[in-house]
Write a protein that binds this ligand. Structure first.
Ligand code: HAM
Length: 427
């Protein structure tokens, strides 16, 4: 076939799709515990939503958006992230009017035209939360605690939270000025992008990946000294709350984020097993965004996790046995007869109605070949009810892990089904 998936996009199929499914299920469970409700926003939006919120000087807006005119010539963009759309929906539906703090979560695809590599795709997936309606530093800490709890429940205990604060508008401006002073003597020898950033958006220089620029960046002033008293107190409280919740973090004094809307707390979670694209997730506070988009002054904080990268880490830390088990079958019904027995069809249907993950062999194959299929499907039990068993009014149930066999009396169909369900531990 000469048509393949587009560069930077990919198909997700079993057994990997099982990991995606369990990540999403676990996320929904944790989000629910923390009082977040789902918000689903469109994948296509008016381009202005992203240029205004993410910022004109950012890589996402300048180089990475999938933007195209629709049939009426309006500029449309495939969402590169979720925060802007959540804020738009919050304003469009006046959700700030009758509710206090709104806690939302979302799960879905995002699009960025980046150079694809391991962990960096053009269609990728994020799960995230946005808390809108409070400036209290507790919610910065709660967002980070939620994120680390989520990773822990998935078995990821070695992700590192990097934390910083860029402060409010005035502190950010202060910081930008001190960066300008610092970079001015070096800027001519830095990369083209940094020269543009120096004029348009000095903070962005700190994100440059060019090795020569990184050397200069090492000596740049940290954000700490640029924070005004209120911002410094806010940051201090966030750290205190995190310690109270036993959430470990590392202060990264030159951490900045690739989106312009952040104020005060910013954070990134990294994992060593990811290689160069090591950010599993990131987020922070954005107290000006709602107002800048035309709404009332509203405190907000949130994060997003890259599901693609999360699955990469899980694949590395889960043993192949664990991955296989998550894809296992409870019962495989063998077909010892020449044709498909109605008895087996009814049995399969009854088991599935009781939420037992069951399947059966529909082909005429040797016993050995059918057992091979059962093994391939990771069946925990194999059920045999052929002519011999019918004559003796029994069912044979083979435990594939323990390599044992049990005889179950077949007095009536229902008692037999009940006994099978009991034996396989589903009751
Ligand atoms: P972000 O840092 O741009 O933040 O993206 C969050 C996460 O999405 C990254 O840490 C990474 O795991 C994943 N990610 C980003 N780009 C790609 C890509 N091309 N391929 C694979 N994974 C990727 C945001 O998007 C903000 N909206 C987070 C936020 C929510 N801030 C406040 N609320």
């Amino acid at each position: 076939m000469d048509i393949a998936s587009l560069r930077g996009t990919y198909d997700i199929f079993p057994p990997q799709s099982r990991i995606w499914e369990s990540v999403e299920l676990e996320a929904r469970r944790i989000f629910n515990v923390y009082g977040c409700s789902e918000i689903r926003t469109p994948i296509i939006e008016d381009t202005r939503l992203f240029t205004r919120s993410i910022g004109e000087g950012t890589d996402i807006v300048n180089k990475e958006m999938y933007t195209f005119p629709d049939r009426k010539g309006r500029s449309i963009t495939l969402r590169p992230e979720g925060t802007a759309s959540v804020v738009r929906a919050y304003l469009q539906h006046s959700l700030y009017k009758d509710q206090g703090l709104c806690r939302f979560f979302y799960i879905g695809p995002m699009f960025r035209y980046e150079r694809p590599q391991a962990g960096r795709n053009r269609q990728f997936y994020q799960l995230g939360t946005e808390f809108l309606g409070s400036t209290h530093p507790y919610y910065d800490a709660e967002s980070i605690a939620l994120l680390t709890t989520f990773f822990k429940t998935l078995g990821i205990t070695d992700a590192v939270v990097k934390l910083n604060s860029v402060g409010s508008r005035s502190s950010k401006e202060n910081y930008s000025l001190s960066l300008k002073d610092y970079f001015a003597p070096f800027i001519k020898s830095m990369c083209e992008d940094c020269i543009t950033r120096f004029e348009k958006n000095t903070l962005r220089i700190l994100d440059c990946k060019n090795p020569a620029c990184r050397e200069t960046i090492k000596g740049a002033p940290s954000t700490e000294h640029a924070l005004n008293q209120e911002d410094a107190e806010h940051f201090h409280s966030v750290k205190e709350y995190l310690c109270a919740m036993n959430v470990r973090f590392e202060i990264e004094p030159r951490l900045v984020r690739g989106l312009d809307y952040y104020t005060n707390t910013i954070f990134e979670v990294v994992h060593t097993r990811l290689g160069s694209q090591d950010a599993l997730g990131g987020g922070g506070r954005y107290n000006n965004l709602v107002e800048e988009m035309g709404g009332p002054s509203t405190g907000a904080v949130g994060f997003a996790v890259g599901i693609d990268r999360l699955v990469m880490v899980l694949e590395k830390i889960l043993s192949s046995q664990e991955t296989a088990l998550s894809d296992s079958l409870d019962v495989y019904i063998l077909n010892p007869n020449d044709s498909l027995s109605a008895d087996h069809i009814v049995m399969l249907h009854a088991l599935r109605s009781c939420f037992v993950k069951a399947d059966m062999c529909t082909e005429q194959k040797s016993f050995k070949a059918q057992m091979r299929t059962a093994n391939k499907l990771n069946a925990r039990f194999v059920l045999i009810h052929g002519e011999d068993e019918i004559r003796q009014s029994i069912i044979k149930l083979k435990n594939m892990t323990q390599k044992t066999e049990e005889i179950i009396p077949y007095t009536t169909f229902y008692t037999a089904v009940e006994k099978v369900i009991e034996r396989i531990g589903k009751k």
